[in-house]
Design a protein around this ligand. Structure first.
Ligand code: NAD
Length: 364
């Protein structure tokens, strides 16, 4: 990826676990407009190790990172249960924030973060930024230009079966297939079809306990706190109605992830947990699918693209794309799905003015 050198924005990473490697690699080596100046973790050894691995000048304690004047954007890569506290502390320290998904675990906490950022004139952004990748942006462009006509329906499916090597947190509050994988599918649907206007949901928890890893090399059994099979109907403001399934209870050898059906044809999007393709279209009368040529940028694993876009947006004074408003809408929808499954009622998401993300800038 080549881009003209630009002024860089200082980034501080909090949370130096598994996903931090690809963020640090991309922010230090791929994106030219950000520079990671500090990193922190509850476990100082992890911060020190990541700093050494990726040339981050200052492994710090969390409070010291928040006080560091060279940190403009805090990238919050902690576990979901810590997202709200870490993001809020960063906003209160006057930093812009980009968080891993989900934005928060409850609607109330998500709203707190959106308001805290707004009140201070700070940016709030959130993963997934896969929707800014070549695959989903190509699909968005095709739908926008009317290639499949008017969207009338969509199917989005995360179909999986859990196994005993999975980490125990997957079955705890704030995770499960809905909160862990749902953000990719729901953010992709909102990117392609606009905000959700109304929803309903059925959900189940077929097993009270599941085998899982309680720690490294510690197999055991965990209590299942969340639904592990979720089946939703989502009505979009533009008129399309989607069926969305997020499950870790099924054996499915040939899953597809996301299809949008229009009045003139069908588009199959790539895995929403990826930046690239393949993406393809089908039209009546055609003998088979046609693979789409993808947009040129960000077909590789570009985690951190949302941060680079935020840095560019700060410099050029425009909205950033993987926004807090988008992530809050997705959180509101996820909470609504759980509530609908419990009450048997439809849920109407809170009003939103979010613009489905279209990445027109870059490469960064
Ligand atoms: N692992 C993946 O493949 C993956 C992929 C995409 C997104 N994510 C998301 O990224 C986030 C992190 O996931 P992970 O897999 O890297 O988890 P992880 O458990 O490997 O790492 C999280 C790190 O955050 C640190 N931490 C927790 N609370 C903290 C706090 N209050 N202050 C400072 N540090 C704290 C932990 O010590 C740990 O090192 C999650 O939101 C997850 O949903 C993970």
């Amino acid at each position: 990826m080549s881009a003209a050198p630009t002024a860089t924005t200082g980034v501080g990473v909090i949370g130096c676990g598994a996903i931090s490697a690809i963020y640090l690699s991309n922010m230090q080596r791929v994106f030219n407009n950000v520079n990671v100046v500090a990193c922190a973790d509850l476990d100082p050894a992890r911060a020190a190790a990541r700093a050494a691995e990726f040339g981050v000048p200052r492994p710090l304690a969390v409070d010291d990172l928040l006080a560091d004047p060279e940190v403009d954007i805090v990238v919050n890569l902690t576990t979901p249960d810590a997202h709200t506290a870490v993001s809020l502390a960063a906003l209160e320290a006057g930093k812009h924030v980009y968080s891993e998904k989900p934005l928060a675990v409850t609607r109330q906490d998500g709203s707190l973060l959106v308001e805290a950022a707004r009140a201070r004139g700070l940016r709030l952004g959130c993963a997934p930024d896969t929707v800014l990748g070549a695959g989903l942006q190509t699909c968005a462009r095709e739908i926008d230009r009317g290639a499949i006509g008017k969207p009338v329906a969509a199917l989005a499916m995360f179909l999986y079966h859990s196994h005993e090597r999975w980490p125990a947190f997957i079955f705890r509050r704030g995770a499960g297939p809905l909160f862990d994988m749902g953000p990719y599918y729901l953010t992709a649907l909102v990117t392609l079809l606009g905000p959700v206007q109304r929803l309903s949901c059925g959900a189940s928890r077929p097993f009270a306990e599941k085998p899982a890893m309680l720690g490294p090399d510690r197999p055991g059994t965990v209590r299942v706190e969340v639904p592990t099979h979720v089946s939703a109907t989502l009505e979009f403001a533009g008129g399309a109605v989607a069926s969305f399934v997020a499950t870790v209870e099924v054996w499915e050898p040939e899953p597809f992830r996301l299809r949008v059906y229009g009045t003139e044809g069908t588009i199959e999007a790539p895995d929403p947990n990826s930046f690239g393709g393949p993406a393809r279209t089908f039209f009546p009368g055609a003998p088979s699918w046609t693979e789409l040529n993808l947009l040129p940028n960000y077909g590789q694993n570009s985690r951190g693209l949302g941060v680079a876009d935020m840095a560019d947006a700060l410099r050029t004074n425009r909205p950033h794309r993987a926004s807090g408003e988008l992530a809050f809408h997705v959180l509101d929808v996820m909470c609504g799905l759980v509530e609908s499954s419990e009450t048997g009622q439809h849920y109407t998401p809170l009003p939103t003015t979010l613009a489905p993300p279209r990445l027109n800038e870059g490469p960064f």
